[in-house]
Design a protein around this ligand. Sequence first.
Ligand code: FES
Length: 185
Amino acid sequence: MNNPVDEKAGLRLSPAGAARVEALVAQYPTKASALMPCIWVIMDEVGYVSEAGVDFLTEKLELTRARVHEVLSFYTMFRTEPQAEYTLQVCHNISCHIMGARPIIAHLEKRLGIRLGETTPDGKFALEGVECLGACGLGPCLQLGKHLYEHLTPQKTDDLLDSLRKGVVPRADTDREFPSGGETS
Ligand code: FES
């Protein structure tokens, strides 16, 4: 992940990433249906979808740029700019708020030494508050890419941070995977 993108040269996926895209395009009844999983391929390889990525998707899937941007901007887990190594997105919508999102956010702010919306100086962690993640009965919850951590407590949050600091993404309570024609981590 996080291969640099040369905007002039265009998006270049690894052979494995390119193969995943080809498999996805062949898998769905229409090319347009492969948009979200193809975005994930780029996210996995580059960490975000730049304008070069948008160009790639419009050509490969025969979509308008507006359609690609529409999907990229709707879902909070998709990125269009370089990001921290780990972006922790804590739901602060009503159900999670009632179930204790605010103390979890305060705990994360304290542990990371940053406020909501900020990134640690070493670029390792970003902390964001996001709207409903579709897991309202499982709050408070936090999304890290495709991984969803549920029923958060300060201890569970500490365990997550400790593991990420060692470079290990711990097993999530829910993984939101798409069929990808290959590896999907
Ligand atoms: S309110 Fe937090 S997941 Fe829905």
